[in-house]
Design a protein around this ligand. Structure first.
Ligand SMILES: Cc1cc2nc3c(=O)[nH]c(=O)nc-3n(C[C@H](O)[C@H](O)[C@H](O)COP(=O)(O)O)c2cc1C
Length: 322
């Protein structure tokens, strides 16, 4: 039902954009005035760009899961089938993606993003990067202080440097969380699971964050007395932990205090955050089996996690907020 409503609203948006373009030459229309963006009051906006519906479908699912608002980045000059032909080195997209300075014009920009704390940004991978129109968007809106969660779809490429290159164009006060790549064949359920793992829904509370080397890793907390104690500590203030590599599968360091253990026989997977002996926190980037307490999990690929943690000693900051 909700999905059907979104589709109808999106059609309204499409037509309102065409009309607005006829009516105003330098078109800027506030989010408030776009019929498709009747605010849900969640404080979350899903901004997306799509030429072939993959990202569009994913964006609808994310918005539906999180009761978020939607905003589509629409090019002033729509992309034709010839434009997106990546077999032709002279097609519009090939030329744009080869030109670092290309900034395709956006038909309509949102005027007012002040009601949103979180922007979930969806784009397809084009030649390993975000389409240049995303660069136009980044340079056209003020995202200071917002939390930005990028996601992309692609045939096979990973996120690569696509999100970090977009980050360079935004204010330093914007907090960028880890980008998620969704493969073209993903089901709506896969996307829903990812959206829920962000812990942004109103009923979701058990999240904490690990700041490391300029990245912010969102940890979905386990439901046990250990995480309850940890979350309470984090409400009182951030915790800095100096970590070192151990056993080629984890970074580990002292929490500085002891919290309750809920040890069980666990085989870790990359992204698991574990409490060891009640006073050591470990971030697993590989597999290990032992009796210890799971504190939570970071939804991230192993290579990406290893790249963020780096080799050797690292200082991480645990916090209640991104
Ligand atoms: C111009 C162009 C370049 C692309 N480059 C890549 C690429 O480098 N790597 C990849 O895995 N997929 C690439 N793709 C595939 C798209 O990333 C993928 O199909 C995406 O899901 C399309 O999203 P959309 O349907 O919402 O537009 C490219 C597609 C186009 C049109």
């Amino acid at each position: 039902m909700k999905k059907a409503l979104l589709i109808v609203l999106s059609l309204l948006l499409f037509f309102s954009v065409s009309l607005a373009e006829d009516a105003v030459s330098s078109a800027t229309l506030s989010v408030d005035r776009l019929p498709a963006v009747e605010s849900t009051g969640s404080g979350i906006l899903v901004v997306y760009f799509s030429t072939d519906d993959t990202i569009r479908a994913a964006a609808y699912t994310v918005a539906d899961t999180l009761s978020a608002d939607l905003f589509e980045i629409q090019p002033a000059e729509p992309y034709t089938a010839d434009d997106v032909n990546y077999h032709n080195s002279q097609s519009r997209t090939s030329i744009e993606q080869n030109d670092l300075q290309a900034r395709p014009t956006i038909a309509i920009l949102p005027e007012d993003l002040s009601r949103y704390d979180t922007i979930i940004l969806g784009y397809p991978i084009w030649w390993g990067q975000a389409p240049r129109i995303l660069y136009t968007f980044m340079e056209s809106v003020d995202l200071s202080g917002k939390t930005i969660i990028p996601f992309c779809t692609s045939g096979s490429s990973g996120v690569g440097s696509s999100a970090s290159n977009l980050q360079k164009l935004t204010s330093e006060s914007a907090v960028w969380l880890e980008a998620k790549r969704i493969s073209n064949g993903s089901s709506a359920e896969d996307i829903r699971v990812w959206a829920e793992s962000l812990g942004l829904g109103k009923e979701e509370t058990g999240m904490f964050y690990i700041h490391v080397n300029d990245a912010v890793l969102a940890v979905k907390a386990e439901d046990n007395s250990s995480t309850e104690a940890l979350l309470q500590l984090l409400e009182a203030g951030d915790i800095t932990i100096s970590m070192h590599d151990y056993g080629s599968f984890e970074k580990v360091g002292p929490l500085g205090t002891t919290i309750p253990s809920n040890d069980e026989d666990i085989t870790t997977v990359p992204g698991d955050v574990i409490l060891y002996q009640g006073d050591q926190v470990t971030i697993y980037y590989d597999e290990n089996r032992w009796d210890f307490t799971k504190l939570g999990h970071i939804d991230i690929g192993q290579d990406e996690l290893k790249a963020i943690l780096g080799s050797g000693d690292v200082t991480v900051i645990l916090s209640a907020n991104p």
